[in-house]
Write a new protein. Structure first.
Length: 292
């Protein structure tokens, strides 16, 4: 059990923080907390109406910009239009276990949204980022495997949870390889990652049968923490004085609940060669390369 980090959350005053998917769930909770700390928060969201409604509920300076991570044209348009310096980029948005679907560019929906969209966004914005990149993964990464022969589930039968695990594992491999590249470039920017544990968010309510959704929601409601608690690891990864490639999650009950601390990751998530290979493949798929 690691040392609690919640007392190590630093001030975000006067900092510009871009957070994807900040209109709901732990993203909204994190954005609200950061705005309350006098940061300038930019909600990068697919639905402008929902984003503006979320912004109106937050105290502080909150901007709303359109970003659809499932469409690389939208990602590139966001990067072209947002030219301000960015202190912290939080890659928070994600989808979980939907039916088989494809992004606008033909990628499996979870891999394309959770990983490739954020991969492209981060690299396109790197020249503007001054402090760190935070990517939100999941304890679900432990069930993930990177299948380079079929990343987009075009050959094998689609399994939603396995696809989710692959996308969340990709988030951690992306973080480690990004940090390696920052170090090689002698950059002061760092890459960190976080996961919320088991948080009662709308991710668990979207897909599957109504009966299964009701049962899942009831069970999660009994054992999970709320969105504000689930957002604390993200806040720590974004503001605490921690090394690059740190991974922050809850400290209790196998990382499902509790105060944030530095946590371990699966052996697959520590594989530097897989991380390098995934980076190269991601560059090929998105057409976006590391700019430093």
């Amino acid at each position: 059990m690691g040392t609690r980090l919640d007392d190590n959350i630093s001030s975000a005053a006067d900092r510009t923080i871009v957070i994807t998917g900040g209109n709901s769930g732990i993203g909204r909770a994190a954005a609200s907390m950061l705005a309350g700390m006098d940061a300038r928060v930019v909600l990068a969201v697919r639905d402008l109406g929902k984003g503006r409604a979320a912004a109106e509920s937050m105290r502080g300076i909150v901007d709303v910009q359109r970003l659809d991570l499932a469409d690389l044209d939208s990602v590139k348009a966001f990067a072209e239009n947002f030219t301000d310096p960015i202190d912290i980029l939080i890659n928070n948005a994600g989808i979980m276990v939907p039916p088989l679907g494809r992004t606008a560019d033909g990628f499996e929906l979870q891999f394309g949204t959770n990983h490739l969209g954020h991969f492209a966004l981060t690299n396109l914005l790197l020249g503007q980022i001054r402090d760190r990149v935070v990517t939100v993964s999941s304890i679900g990464h432990r069930s993930g495997t990177i299948d380079f022969d079929d990343l987009n589930w075009e050959r094998k039968p689609y399994k939603p949870m396995a696809a989710y695990g692959q996308s969340k594992l990709a988030n951690l491999l992306f973080t480690s390889e990004l940090q390696r590249r920052f170090s090689d470039a002698s950059s002061s920017v760092i890459a960190t990652a976080a996961h919320p544990g088991l948080a009662a968010t709308n991710l668990y309510k979207r897909e599957g049968s109504r009966v299964l959704a009701s049962v899942t929601e009831a069970v999660i409601g009994l054992i999970s923490q709320n969105e504000q608690q689930g957002a604390l690891p993200t806040l720590c990864a974004a503001t605490a004085d921690i090394p690059g490639n740190s991974y922050v999650g809850p400290r209790r009950l196998k990382e499902t609940t509790g105060q944030p601390t530095l946590v371990d990751r699966s052996d697959e998530a520590k594989d530097a060669e897989v991380a390098r290979r995934l980076w190269k493949v991601s560059e090929e798929l998105t057409g976006v390369e590391f700019p430093l």
